[in-house]
Design a binder for this molecule. Structure first.
Ligand code: C5P
Length: 224
């Protein structure tokens, strides 16, 4: 099957502070975007990597990916979902694709094992996500906790998320719900199965400034 990846990197990263969007800030000596691009581009089963970026971000993205082979940059949108949907439209117009991995640039430390597991899972379902079980206690409330939430069978869902291309493209075309935080829920809303594969702490999203301060202390080792 023809498999491509779409990295969404068109956010402003405003919650992370800093003078440049977080996807171009350095972590482990390289711009954040570089890490996931390199991991996806190096994978033997991935044929092409597309990157959705914001309107003013072309120079930043080109610099971040200067030593990468033929990155294809696309125009992202005002929300994450819009960036994904615009990307899927360009991909559909560019080449015939069977499978797509959709990934947040804000999750730089992606191992080939996670990619392998996701693509394996696509043999059994039209969607697959890496996820980690919730280990903390959960409750709902505002100032005072009002309701306990059992953590059994609850998952923290990460990216990349892998899909049969036509299934996720159709889900995006027909989505009328509120802004979703990921793509898998759009497939689920159509009644399609999304399989869980083991996620990784190293895949956690960089969201706040403090995530950058601590990034040398995570247990990620390359190739792991
Ligand atoms: O803002 P958040 O951390 O949830 O963004 C997740 C990913 O979606 C990031 O990699 C960000 O660059 C991307 N994004 C995008 N277009 C937007 C907003 C976010 O590609 N308009």
């Amino acid at each position: 099957p023809t498999t491509v990846a779409l990295i969404v990197a068109a956010g402003s990263g405003s919650r992370a502070g800093g003078t440049q969007p977080k996807q171009f800030r350095h972590v482990r000596g390289k711009p954040m975007l570089w890490h996931s691009y390199a991991a996806l581009a190096a994978h033997p089963l991935i044929d092409q990597v597309y990157v959705a970026i914001g309107a003013e971000q072309e120079a930043g993205a080109m610099a971040a990916l200067a030593d990468c082979k033929e990155p294809i940059l696309l125009q992202g949108g005002a929300t994450r979902r819009e960036s994904v949907y615009l990307g899927l439209q360009v991909i559909a117009a560019t080449q015939k694709v069977d499978q797509v991995l959709i990934h947040d640039a804000a999750r730089p430390f992606l191992s080939s094992k996670v990619i392998d597991d996701l693509l394996d899972a696509l043999s059994f379902a039209p969607g697959a996500v890496p996820a980690l079980p919730v280990v903390d206690s959960l409750a709902r409330g505002t100032d005072i906790l009002s309701e306990t939430v059992e953590r059994e069978n609850l998952w923290r869902i990460q990216t990349p998320q892998a899909f049969a291309f036509q299934a996720i493209y159709t889900a995006h075309q027909s989505w009328t719900g509120a802004e979703p935080t990921d793509d898998a829920r759009m497939l689920m809303a159509q009644g399609s199965d999304v399989r869980i594969v083991p996620g990784a702490e190293a895949l956690n999203k960089f969201t706040f400034s403090s995530d950058f301060a601590g990034n040398n202390m995570t247990s990620f080792r390359s190739g792991n």
